[in-house]
Ligand binder design. Sequence first.
Ligand code: HEM
Length: 508
Amino acid sequence: MLVASSLTGDLIAVAVALVTIVIVYCKWTYQYWARRNVPYFQPQIPYGNHKKTLRGKEHIGVSLAKIYSDMKHKGWKYGGIYIFTKPSFFPTDLDIIRNIMTKDFHHFVDRDVFYNEKDPLQAHLLNLSGTKWRNLRAKLTPTFTSGKMKMMFNVMAECQRDLYKRMDKECEKREPINIKEILACFTTNIIGSCAFGLEFKALEDENSEFRKIGRKMFTSSRWLRWKRTFSTTFPKVAKVLDLSMSRPEIAGFVMNMVEKTIDYREKNKVTRNDFMQLMINLKNNKPTNPGDHDGKPLTMDEVASQCVVFFGAGFETSSTLMTFALYELAKNEDIQERVRNEINSALKKYDNQITYDSIQDIGYLNQVIDETLRLHPPAALLNRKCVKDYNVPDHDVVIEAGTNVTISVLGIHHDEEVYPEPKKFDPDRFSDENRKTRHNYAHIPFGEGPRNCIGMRFGLLQAKVGLVSLLQNYKFTVNKKTQEPLFYSPPSIVLTVQGDVWLNAQKI
Ligand code: HEM
């Protein structure tokens, strides 16, 4: 009895000591921006400025956009925030943002992400830092030129057939259509075809292996979110604990698929116009493009990890863009009619064929896409890590090496000083005339500078193929099953809708 009570006493003492240490550590850490004379909002132990996000109540992009707006109202050109206990420099001034992302990029080459070097599939372009990133980016850049996109266009266009088939089937049922799911299947098929040279058949079977893996990639459990935040905040501790962000079921599946595909092509001397072929060429030959790289061929692990990131970055971002575009067009039928008319008249010049050239020629469609990416940017925030102390030009502040920088894309895109009535969907904001009146960095859905999205052309092309195919053939309205106003799903990595988006589609 006596032993038990003394043990309980000891445990309580240890718990009190631990809590005290955490509180003292947080209080000291939360002085960081005050010590550097940078304005900040009061953080809350232990969440910093991210209580709602870390508790799974709000998408991080939404929390950051609120911080952006609050800072702008106070007239701050930058401020300091805390994500958990990690300080992050938070610029709101577009000139400062431009300098960080482009002009002074050499101070901000890395992203502040943690990955375990023992996980070969995590060593991809999004995660890598320093020279490793530079080498790989230089080798992969020629893979995404407009010439390569043109070459891949036919592979992409073949996926339209399955989209029509599925849509016709859905229209016959005369029931609301879950457009988010259909588009996720469509882009899963495209990336399967273009990156792996395989028919994923997600439109025929929503429970196909590939669609299941895609779903898993973009849903993270609360445990995984905490692990990611902890590892980025305390990378040294995470390294000692050998924490890994890899998910074995996804990694194993992709690795197996890549190995089998490469083996088949090499044994049977099959070549195709797709990413996989470009990767195989980079694996078997020295990169020929002159550039800032080490000149070594890619290893098998490097090929596989790029395939993981192309699969991950490639399908959810573009299907989200198309889902929001169709939702906004379904709500604004006059805009829908206008874009449909422009599509039809542009394609007339090309015998009504959807080709690489015909699809580039539809100016108003580009405006619709730009406005959708403004209103609902799939990547709501950008992240950089300062690698060399940086004196912010014209301001009395130094960003120390090792400090994280967060840029709120959603905040900038919803800034009422730049975009009056920011919640209104208005593609005319992107007419040539209106575009010229704004700062270049007021619209950054693909990031900016040397570390911007390498797959931008591919993402835009697949979105255009999908939207043109659908708008030419079907009229859309919003079905009441859609939960409005839309709410961004808190645990999603991409800024996507919570639940489904249900539309009525009528064949034209
Ligand atoms: C609508 C579609 C897409 C959007 C909105 C989007 C957005 C972004 C953004 C915002 C970044 C970070 C840029 C920065 O930090 O400055 C990024 C990086 C990246 N994206 Fe995309 N993306 C899209 C499609 C794609 C596609 C289709 C691929 C590949 C096939 C892709 C591959 C990548 C890669 C590999 C990076 C990392 C680049 C680097 O660090 O060097 N993305 N993307």
